[in-house]
Design a protein around this ligand. Sequence first.
Ligand code: NAI
Length: 384
Amino acid sequence: MKVGIIGSGTMGSGIAQVAATANCQVFVYDTNIASLEKSRQSLEKILARLIEKERINATEKNRIQTNISYVENLKELGPCDLVIEAIVERLDIKQQVFSELENYVSEETIIASNTSSLSIASIAAALKKPERCIGIHFFNPAPLMKLVEVIPAIQTSSEVESEVVSIISSWKKTVAVAKDTPGFIVNRVARPFYGEALKIYEEGLADFATIDWSLKTLGGFRMGPFELMDFIGNDVNYTVTETVFTAFYFDQRYRPSFTQKRFSEAGYLGRKSGKGYYDYSEGAVKSEPKEDPVLAKLIFDRVLVMLINEAADALFLNIASATDIDNAMTKGVNYPKGLLAWADEVGIDWCVMQLDALYEEYHEDRYRCSPLLRQMKRKNKTFF
Ligand code: NAI
């Protein structure tokens, strides 16, 4: 099949590689010629490394590269069956590009956006045929991350949805279908991992290293929240939180943190700036955690139950199925377990008790227990 990619930056280049590896004929378009050239060169490097690691051979490298054409005119995406857009995160620009694209492609072409924060309904509204529009949300780096969220808008036809699920599955990705709501699954459900960790720090309960150590040791998370925020970039992570918070009409559960805002403002962005919650400069002394098992349990329980509550509420509001919510977190952000399966393991009763204790302590809306957990407790039910 023929796949068009609009935007040859980080995401567009990664998605092009995935589609070309799956033997699609790929056309990558960008308004910036230098970006197209950079994309071509970075693919060359990535594939050369894959050969070194013996993941692919020279024939496969050649096949992937010949499957991709870099084009300088949007018209050249005309023959595509599916077009995925990964340009700048601006609704007006995405809408403009989509309505121009519709002049060149056939009636049947599926038009998708890789947006992280805009609603698919608002993008689809720019099309004459909005039922062909859908969200296909890859994670960075697209070739490595198994998860792809597929987001039908209220305008999207069910045929387009099932066709996209089957195409993306054939690209060897795990699909999670999500409702067109802020943050879809991952960027919504993951918020407490950062937010509650930041709040624990702000309350002076523990420092960054201790919080990270607690979640890694007791939870089996590969990275602690502060290490992860430094890895993602404090500016990027803060923007996602603020966008989700605003989009949810300022639901206190998603309230951003001043600590992270100040770190961003100060340019302490994390690894990319050499300093974030940790110092990445040469010779910097590594912060050591306070290895106190009682404190660690307190920290871990609080973050875990907030994550579980968020996952349960996403299910309660039909954002996605239980299986898709769990797959999203294990395959999109490498959580050691799905949160709903984790809830079953620690017990629904325990989750409700923990959340009610937090609510009792703070009287803050952020600690309200999902009605689904309460109903399940009453009926003695489990998620799986
Ligand atoms: P990027 O900045 O690396 O690349 C964007 C590319 O789009 C640039 O090469 C730019 O020249 C091109 N572009 C801008 N306007 C254009 C236009 N009108 N027509 C054609 N090309 C145009 O951005 P990135 O990070 O790849 O993000 C792209 C999209 O993917 C955004 O919607 C973003 O929200 C989403 N996304 C980003 C993720 C990430 O981790 N970076 C993860 C998942 C989604």
